[in-house]
Design a protein around this ligand. Structure first.
Ligand code: UTP
Length: 301
């Protein structure tokens, strides 16, 4: 998996500094990225995805109230000793699994002034290399690899690569939206323009940007020159739009993802995520599926 290709892209930036207002009050004192998806917090799936793609230098851009994330990825000796003393090796292994696996770094955003601003906080750590950004509440099913495809597209074309997904027109106002031209590769498009959260009648396509980006380091200069946009926030989409239009930092391509993606920052999607992943588990799945069938059959119309 981590072949020669990944030598040029080794760093991942995971943004977790947002306020998570859609999930209040659960997120008043707990980061939304720590909400459990079955028995692992969402952020662990995201960090594992980066590591599986060969990105083993991971910077988390955090903010106030996010200490739980750092603690989660650290050793917990008290808990480990207690489980060891009880001889509970299975749970001990699961605790140790979470204190990963990668070279983890943290920086603080301070004032959450938008995704673009969060990415800018990673500039010093990233330096002059292309890098990957993953949104900490956006889960890609490990059975549908996306980052590998993005890394391959980058290896062939350079520049930047964003992940796209077709969404129903009436939902496009929730996303950044791409105007794109086909290439001779299936599900790879060239981005001509981008617009953040357009109304359905002004959207250039049904292609929405989802939470994975492979960015040329020139994005930092562009972000520094990007004024606050929609919602008064510095938008990564606006910086990418500048890059796509000027071509100054290489082309911007899009990979159209057709696999399973879960937005755990949205309450309805979060519920769907937990059910979707739980029914497929070897340990919980059989019992849960049985219960779920009965539950659904008895639901009032
Ligand atoms: P969201 O749009 O989901 O915003 O951010 P949010 O503030 O986290 O959540 P709501 O809308 O209030 O419920 C998308 C990603 O960008 C990060 C978030 O942590 C998430 O990974 N982000 C957003 C930052 O790191 N900093 C920001 O200033 C804004």
């Amino acid at each position: 998996m981590a072949g020669t290709r990944t030598r040029t892209v080794t760093k991942a930036v995971v943004t977790v500094a947002g306020l998570g207002t859609r999930f209040l009050p659960a997120t008043k004192a707990t980061p939304k990225e720590m909400l459990p998806v079955v028995d692992k917090p969402a952020i662990q799936y995201v960090v594992e995805e980066a590591v599986a793609a060969g990105l083993d230098d991971v910077l988390l851009v955090t903010g106030r109230n996010k200490n739980a994330i750092e603690n989660h990825f650290d050793r917990n000796w008290e808990l480990e000793n207690a489980l060891e003393a009880k001889g509970d090796h299975e749970r001990l292994a699961r605790v140790r699994e979470s204190s990963v696996t990668a070279d983890l770094h943290y920086t603080r955003q301070g004032d959450p002034r938008g995704l673009g601003h969060a990415v800018l906080c990673a500039a010093r750590h990233v330096g002059q290399q292309p890098f990957v950004v993953l949104l900490g509440d956006d889960l890609i099913d490990p059975r549908d690899p996306l980052l590998e495809t993005m890394l391959d597209v980058h290896a062939r074309h350079g520049g930047s690569v964003v992940a796209l997904m077709q969404v129903p027109r009436d939902q496009i106002h929730l996303y950044g939206c791409a105007a794109a031209s086909p290439t001779d590769e299936a599900d790879v498009v060239r981005i001509d323009d981008l617009v953040e959260k357009p109304d359905a009648d002004r959207a250039p396509s049904d292609l929405a940007i989802i939470g994975r980006y492979l960015l040329a380091p020139g994005v930092f200069d562009v972000l520094r020159a990007t004024d606050p946009g929609r919602g008064g926030e510095i938008q990564l989409t606006d910086a990418l739009r500048t890059m796509a239009r000027s071509g100054e930092h290489g082309p911007v391509h899009g990979v159209v993802f057709r696999g399973r993606r879960y937005d755990t920052g949205d309450r309805l999607d979060y519920l769907k995520t937990v059910v979707s992943l739980a029914v497929e588990r070897d340990d919980l799945g059989p019992q849960f599926r049985g219960w779920l069938r009965t539950f659904v059959a008895e639901l009032p119309a």
